[in-house]
Design a protein around this ligand. Structure first.
Ligand SMILES: CC(C)(COP(=O)(O)OP(=O)(O)OC[C@H]1O[C@@H](n2cnc3c(N)ncnc32)[C@H](O)[C@@H]1OP(=O)(O)O)[C@@H](O)C(=O)NCCC(=O)NCCS
Length: 242
């Protein structure tokens, strides 16, 4: 059913044991994780750094020990990948399907035997970025923008350059799809994400504090504070990158 959706898919050499990865997250805790986040996401503050990529800066070369990722080009996303992301990320299959139905794309890296190692999402112009897992804000991506979000590398596969390689592929995909600018944000204290983002050629880090307070949100940057309704779609430009 999910196979009609297009994405960029990857195969890599099998340096990381897929058995280890399969055992990484105990599914018994997933429902507890979901319940916690369902309660948290309407009352949460996030200090973030928002970045843009203009296409002018090439990504740094990945580290020498980075797994070889072969990009097989745009292809259909399999049910196995969707289920793998659902199992590992905590997103429900319904949310994954809704995002794909809305035209959002997944980039992912897999071991030779198919085990999922890393993934991330792309929202292109006029899509709504649904931060289901975080603040449950629905951010409307403006024309000419590509937005990257919800990237994750399985713990056992971390620090092998997968994130920055996926970012590089996702950025390329956004520009190929007509974006003039690509955006991403990370939590201000997320060193690995910030370094990966910078290594992928993003610049102009803008610090912002995003507060979700039930039906309201507040965004504080160095220059201003703005309140708005969190219900319905919120233009991304009102939140970040202003
Ligand atoms: C952030 C995350 C995706 C990075 O994935 P990864 O595949 O391990 O990243 P990479 O191997 O490409 O490394 C990216 C950079 O982070 C650095 N890094 C990796 N792990 C690190 C750590 N624990 N602490 C500090 N820096 C770290 C790497 O050295 C690299 O920086 P460099 O290019 O300057 O050398 C991964 O840690 C993760 O899934 N975290 C939880 C989810 C998350 O935070 N997602 C990001 C949402 S924006």
């Amino acid at each position: 059913m999910l196979s009609k959706y297009m994405d960029a898919s990857f195969i890599r050499n099998g340096r990381v044991s897929s058995l280890k990865i399969a055992n990484e997250r105990d599914s018994r805790w997933m429902s507890l994780r979901r319940t916690y986040w369902a309660a948290r996401r309407h009352l949460v503050r996030r200090d973030v750094l928002a970045f843009v990529h203009t296409g002018l800066i090439q990504p740094n070369k990945p580290p020498a020990d980075a797994p070889q990722i072969n990009i097989s080009g745009a292809g259909p996303i399999s049910d196995a990948v969707a289920h793998g992301i659902a199992r590992q990320s905590g997103l429900t299959l319904d949310i994954i399907k809704a995002r794909l139905d809305a035209g959002q794309l997944i980039v992912h890296a897999n071991a030779d035997d198919g085990a999922l190692l890393a993934w991330g999402w792309i929202a292109l112009a006029d899509h709504t970025l649904r931060l289901d897992w975080e603040t449950d804000l629905h951010l409307q991506v403006a024309a000419g923008i590509g937005y990257l979000f919800d990237f994750e590398t399985m713990p056992a596969a971390r620090n092998h350059g997968l994130y920055r390689q996926l970012l590089a592929v996702a950025i390329k995909r956004c520009f190929a799809n007509g974006a003039k600018l690509v955006g991403i944000y990370c939590r201000a204290d997320n060193t690995a994400s910030r370094r990966g983002i910078l290594a992928a050629g993003f610049t102009n880090a803008v610090p912002a504090s995003v507060l979700r307070l039930g039906p309201l949100f507040r965004v504080k940057t160095r220059d201003r504070t703005r309140w708005g309704w969190a219900m319905g779609d919120v233009p991304l430009t009102e939140m970040l990158h202003t």
